[in-house]
Write a protein that binds this ligand. Structure first.
Ligand SMILES: Nc1ncnc2c1ncn2[C@@H]1O[C@H](COP(=O)(O)OP(=O)(O)OP(=O)(O)O)[C@@H](O)[C@H]1O
Ligand SMILES: [Mg+2]
Length: 215
């Protein structure tokens, strides 16, 4: 589903990625581990077309996504990609329910359908009693779960998650992973998750370690 070849990325003189190769198949859950600063977030952002590689190629379902015009990349991100950010970027003036619905309003589904799906996801994430809360009225872990629901609203083919349990207690991170894993199994999406949580990494189908800019 996703192939990345020889990805290089530097910030100024800091060479973060030095020739990363990755293959992800449908229905596969892969954990990306590595020390803080190793380049996990950088890699996810490049794979998700939020940042461009200095060198190398990325194919998603046969398409070279990093070379698409910006408009097509935005369409790819909206329709095919679910991104769970390390810092969740919820929109402060909108409620939890609206934050989850917003990426759905851009697509073809009806407003009702999106709202029902959003409520269902928020319910599965234990947030049905927080639909009308704004982000500032939610705990860090609740905000994180809202951002997971938002990533799933358009039924993506690929989920890129960056430390999605960083703000959660053991019980809630366990539940979040169970949900993400069962959705992956149910729908055949590919799931790449950067994490420091080794208990989680052990449950993935495969663990990739990023070290010295390479996998
Ligand atoms: N915009 C930027 N400008 C300059 N340097 C950057 C930028 N973004 C990241 N870096 C540097 O690139 C390196 C990799 O950062 P990255 O965020 O990918 O690490 P990470 O593996 O996600 O770490 P963590 O586990 O702490 O989240 C770090 O040394 C960081 O300081
Ligand atoms: Mg990071």
């Amino acid at each position: 589903m996703l192939i990345a070849e020889n990805i290089h990325k530097s910030y100024g003189k800091v060479e973060v990625l030095k020739g990363v190769d990755i293959k992800l198949s449908e229905g596969e859950i892969v954990a990306l581990v590595g020390t803080s600063g190793a380049g996990k977030s950088t890699l996810l952002q490049v794979l998700g077309t939020l940042d461009s590689p200095d060198q190398g190629n990325i194919w998603f379902e046969g398409q070279m996504i990093h070379q698409l015009p910006e408009k097509m990349q935005a369409k790819f991100r909206n329709e095919s990609l679910g991104f769970v950010f390390q810092f969740h970027h919820l929109l402060p003036e909108f409620t939890a329910l609206e934050n989850v619905c917003i990426p759905g309003w851009i697509g073809k589904s009806s407003k009702n359908e999106i709202e029902n799906r959003a409520k269902d996801l928020l319910d599965r994430l234990g947030l049905s009693h927080r639909l009308d809360h704004k982000p500032s009225q939610l705990s860090g872990g609740e905000q994180q779960r809202v951002s997971v629901a938002r990533a799933l609203i358009n039924q993506p083919r690929l989920i890129l998650a960056d430390e999605p349990t960083g703000n959660l207690d053991t019980q809630n991170s366990q539940e979040l992973y169970d949900l993400l894993f069962s959705l992956t199994r149910e729908t055949g999406v590919a799931f790449l998750v950067a994490t420091h949580n080794m208990a989680l990494a052990e449950k993935a189908d495969r663990v990739m370690r990023i070290q010295d800019g390479m996998i």
